[in-house]
Design a protein around this ligand. Sequence first.
Ligand code: PLP
Length: 386
Amino acid sequence: MHLFLISLHIVNNKIIVNMRSSRAIIHLDNLAYNYNNLRKKAGNRPVMCVVKADAYGHGMVKCVEKFESLVNPPEYYGVALTEEAVELRKSGVTSRPILIFGPFDSDDITTYHEDDLTPTITDVSNIKFLSDYSGKVLKVHINIDTGMGRLGISYLKAFEMISKLSENKNVQIDGIYTHLACSDEHDKSYTKLQLMRFGTIVEKLKKHKIKYGIAHAANSGGVIDHPDSYFDMIRPGISLYGYYPSNDTGESVSLKPVMELRARISSVKEIPTGESVSYGRKYIANKPIISGTVAFGYADGYNRLLTNNARAKIGNKIVKQIGRVTMDRIMFDVSEIDTPVGQEIVLMGYSGEFRFTAEEWANICGTIPYEITCNISRRVPREYIG
Ligand SMILES: Cc1ncc(COP(=O)(O)O)c(C=O)c1O
């Protein structure tokens, strides 16, 4: 007899029984471990934890609750959108500054004030708008584009623009920052150039006694490989969740993956020699096998490119994924497993010799761990441990 774990979820005030038992286990102790190691690495400087995109798929509110419970909680949080910042405020984070990386939007000024949010000035037109602004004091950070080429005021105009904005006493420049485009690459030269451009502006502002608050530049690649990017605060994202930003960075900070994916074998089927499994017949049995299905598919974030390439673990045994990944289901060769139905299967995780994390998925899919964890969809219940 098999014991099925049934989890309960509240959706729109109704209790839903999750018969699939597919879930993402979020190891909050690992989150704290990564955070503390990153903080130590940067000489105990203030930290802005980047929790945008629902903490890279891990659940922003729960992750922030964990950060807030630590002895040295982060000094700032960083998100991409005003909505994310509002959600974080609503969840009870009342005392910490929340920086919105996305472009300043004059339509959101009331929200910035009401929720005490810090927008980013990303464009000369924002400076023009705010130079004439005369409401309640608005705290802002200024993004200086030193070579990312996405958002920010060109480093060539930044000093002039910051000087101009600093004349408006209704705007408080709480910080200036830049974003590094290549901090996770072997070749360090472009990052050095970006840091030189940024550092020159910081020095010039100091020399002219223009108040700019704090200066920050270090994303995960910066924290790990570029101590000269630390300035007054570090700003890591992916490394908090246990991943190096690329295969090229060093591993000078010890990290543990935070997300683990578990499910159960829900049914089995005998596949005779020569018969196939799933759409497109991408797997044909060359001997009789037992195929086990798992309620997890690409709609849950199990990338279709994992087809015939992924592994998973049942008990102490490694099993191979077979046949095309479908929207709601994947199949594994469970021939070696005794009484497979109901057995728990680890789809992503690590224990002992078994290491099949978002990094391994990313390598197979030709992407980065960021995309893998962000894509674990809302359909997959999160279970928080630690
Ligand atoms: C402005 C900004 N700062 C920091 C980060 C964190 O970067 P990472 O996840 O590589 O540490 C991001 C993420 O993309 C970002 O957009």
